[in-house]
Design a protein around this ligand. Structure first.
Ligand code: NDP
Length: 246
């Protein structure tokens, strides 16, 4: 139980990769604060995690709302007394060719994927500064590194998240706080399950391991970055992509 007595906050925790991260950290002993936009789904995940022996609390929040983000962190501190790990995982896509992209789809993707991480990081840093300890892990994407047809908004948000993480890592390193990214490749989750079959096949063709990743593949990398084993790793991007981008 490497995270006994630790508290982990995971955004976008009610399905897919975020749910798997919460489970992985919880099974390692952490109490998990689950943040997501829909209360019902959050409660179902909390019940499932409780059945595995994990202590999980739920916080309904839209990550784009900075006031709510600060309140969630305050509520976590008053209920659980500390905050050790922040995983900025909530993310969305609104794909379209740039020429046809609606301004609101550009803005929304940037607000959720990038500003959401800003909101929660800024709020979480206060208790981490006081404790002189903290782990922030931002879920980027292979698309932020290599680009992707029809995803200028999403790629910009994920590349932005990498630049954000490297800059913040420099600002807080001397306080015992690390900031890293995990960049998943194609992971089988609700976000990807509705892609057309030909798109899925095109991805499989460029994945040397010839399989899609699982949420648990990503969750294990996050667990490592939150652990003491990763104490001297900051400002890095760990790729979890089956070799799709090297
Ligand atoms: P999912 O869509 O399955 O899950 C994302 C979760 O975030 C959902 O529960 C969603 O809620 C929630 N969410 C969306 N908007 C907000 C918001 N404004 N505030 C709070 N919660 C919100 O995605 P994945 O699990 O696939 O992806 C998780 C992360 O991993 C994302 O950042 C994604 O970009 C990244 N990623 C995923 C890859 C993949 O192949 N799946 C590849 C590379 C990166 P709701 O469903 O109600 O909208």
């Amino acid at each position: 139980m490497i995270f006994r007595d630790k508290v982990s906050l995971v955004t976008g925790a009610s399905q897919g990769i975020g749910e798997a991260i919460a489970e992985e950290l919880g099974l390692a002993g952490a109490t998990v604060a689950l943040v997501d936009i829909q209360k019902d789904k959050l409660n179902q995940v909390a019940d499932r995690l409780a059945s595995l022996g994990i202590r999980a609390l739920t916080y309904e929040a839209d990550v784009t709302d900075s006031v709510r983000a600060a309140r969630v962190v305050d509520e976590v501190l008053s209920s659980l007394g500390r905050l050790d790990h922040l995983v900025n995982n909530a993310g969305i896509t609104r794909d379209s060719l740039l020429l046809r992209m609606k301004e609101e789809d550009w803005d929304l993707v940037l607000r959720v994927n990038l500003k959401g991480a800003f909101n929660f990081s800024r709020a979480a840093l206060k208790p981490m500064f006081t404790a002189r300890y903290g782990r922030i892990v931002n879920i980027a994407s292979v698309v932020g590194l290599m680009g992707n047809f029809g995803q200028t908004n999403y790629a910009a948000s994920k590349a932005g998240l990498i630049g954000f993480s490297k800059s913040l890592a420099r600002e807080v390193a001397a306080r015992g706080i690390t900031v890293n990214c995990v960049a998943p490749g194609y992971i089988a989750t609700p976000m990807t399950e509705n892609l057309p079959e030909e798109v899925k096949k095109a991805f499989l063709d460029i994945i040397p391991m010839k399989r899609f990743g699982l949420p648990a593949d990503v969750a294990r990398a996050v667990k490592f970055l939150c652990s003491d084993e990763a104490a001297y790793i900051t400002g890095q991007v760990i790729n979890v992509n089956g070799g799709m981008y090297m």
